[in-house]
Design a protein around this ligand. Structure first.
Ligand code: PLP
Length: 445
């Protein structure tokens, strides 16, 4: 009982909390043994772009807490919306019941994406699962039972549940579980860094699209869907590509009757400079998967939206032809209210337009980084990245630790350093983020 009491004290012993965390909490994406030498960071509060630890040391959250936060921590209107919703309804099952926040959110997302039917879950990987299942089930309901295969891009990331991992192509997450996974084929990634010397990003993207067409033309009878991260393959190290690839992929999928699933879990909600990345190629997907920024980074929520045509294929007398996927917290009212407050900020504060200037400013200020040994300085909208020329396998963790000691949360992916800050970051904070990155990299490489 003693331990319980102290744990809720603000003067709690820091070391004690870290030890208890290591004893009881299994942290994500982590070899837990590494925490023998490299301590967890106990965070007590957040405000704007800042996270504060137990000793009130602050860290600039340049990665939006794993790409979820859009408008900073402790945002007044998102917080108020959740509190207000909490006073009327925290949750009700969505099978057989409905409520205002889920209806309003579905209508708003429908308007924004052009896809009128929203199905909800709580995390990105589940959105991937739902889109894959719906696509497959659509073909089955339409009498095309052979269309049961999926394709994705090389270096793609669609989440880590078994189905999602089946279309993900990141060896470190996937190889161990290979015997458990469904097979899928990977198409050449249009990542412009893979272009030949002298080849433009656009020509390279077109060459990759030709390879996609060759594959699809030969296998379309078996293909259910092509799942793709539009414009930026974030987990691959902010791999960016020319929008023409998306337009060609749309044409190819239409021509051969294969669904196009746009996984906008990371790139949606303004990250790439438009509300959704697909807009930049004027491409309409058959399914769009959303999560991460959907609630401004406040509560877990994901959505899959789809077309009337796909919805109608499930709308029948037979129960089993319906989409029977069940998830306890589907359409949680608190999460929906956070999402509605997030969308309201986009509208009232003209975020997509304002981010254009901010994006240009950040990219201009980043030019000082070219003093270092870096390659492929790049950005799309509010995602910024460059590759550090280093052979050091420990680069990412050294960079993370040194940046943290200087009050900056950076989480390089291999040798790729990136910024994906909350949109509310100020000019001073931008300058601090960049100068601290410069100092950090000088210390590491
Ligand atoms: C993060 C991510 C996912 C998985 O989302 P989780 O909520 O972490 O399961 C899927 N696809 C993309 C593109 C992502 O970035």
């Amino acid at each position: 009982m003693q331990a319980l009491k102290t744990s809720y004290n603000s003067g709690m012993n820091n070391q004690d909390l870290l030890n208890r965390s290591l004893q009881s909490v299994w942290h994500p994406c982590t070899q837990m043994k590494q925490h023998e030498t490299f301590p967890l960071v106990p965070i007590k509060r957040g405000d704007g772009v800042w996270l504060y630890d137990a000793e009130d040391k602050k860290y600039l959250d340049a990665v939006s807490s794993w790409w979820v936060n859009l408008f900073g921590h402790n945002h007044p209107s998102i917080k108020a919306a959740i509190k207000q919703q909490l006073d009327s309804l925290e949750h009700v099952m969505l099978a057989g019941f409905t409520h205002e926040p889920v209806v309003e959110l579905s209508e708003k997302l429908g308007k924004l994406t052009g896809l009128g039917h929203a199905f909800y879950a709580s995390d990105g990987a589940s959105a991937t699962e739902i889109a894959l299942k719906m696509s497959f089930h659509y073909w089955r309901n339409s009498g095309k039972c052979n269309k049961d295969k999926f394709i994705s891009l090389q270096n793609s990331y669609h989440g880590e549940t078994l189905g999602a991992l089946g279309v993900t192509d990141v060896a470190i997450f996937k190889d161990t579980y290979a015997p458990l996974l469904m097979q899928s084929a990977q198409m050449p990634s249009p990542d412009f860094r893979l272009a030949e010397a002298g080849e433009s990003a656009e020509s390279y993207a077109l060459r990759c699209a030709d390879a996609l067409e060759t594959y699809v033309a030969a296998h379309h009878h078996q293909l259910s869907a092509f799942i793709i991260e539009p414009l930026v393959q974030c987990a691959a190290g902010m791999a960016m590509y020319h929008p023409v690839y998306l337009s060609r992929a749309r044409e190819i999928c239409t021509k051969y009757a294969v669904h196009l699933i746009a996984d906008e879990i990371a790139v949606g909600f303004g990250r790439t400079g438009s509300m959704f990345a697909c807009e930049q190629a004027r491409v309409g997907a058959d399914f769009i998967c959303l999560s991460k920024g959907i609630t401004g980074g406040y509560l877990p929520l994901s959505a899959v939206l789809t077309t009337d045509d796909i919805y109608q294929a499930f709308y029948q007398d037979s129960t089993v032809k319906g989409f029977l996927h069940s998830h306890s917290y589907t359409g949680n009212p608190l999460a929906c209210s956070a999402a509605l407050a997030t969308l309201a900020i986009f509208e009232s504060d003209h975020i997509v337009e304002k981010n254009r200037d901010k994006s240009a400013f950040i990219y201009k200020e980043m030019q000082v980084l070219t003093d270092l040994k870096i390659q492929h300085l790049r950005h799309r909208g509010m995602i910024f990245a460059f590759d550090v020329a280093t052979q050091d396998a420990q680069f990412a963790s050294k960079c993370y630790q040194l940046a943290m000691s200087q009050g900056l949360l950076l989480r390089p992916i291999g040798n790729v350093v990136y910024f994906m800050p909350p949109y509310t970051i100020s000019e001073n904070e931008i300058n601090l983020m960049i100068s601290t990155t410069l100092a950090t990299l000088r210390g590491v490489v």
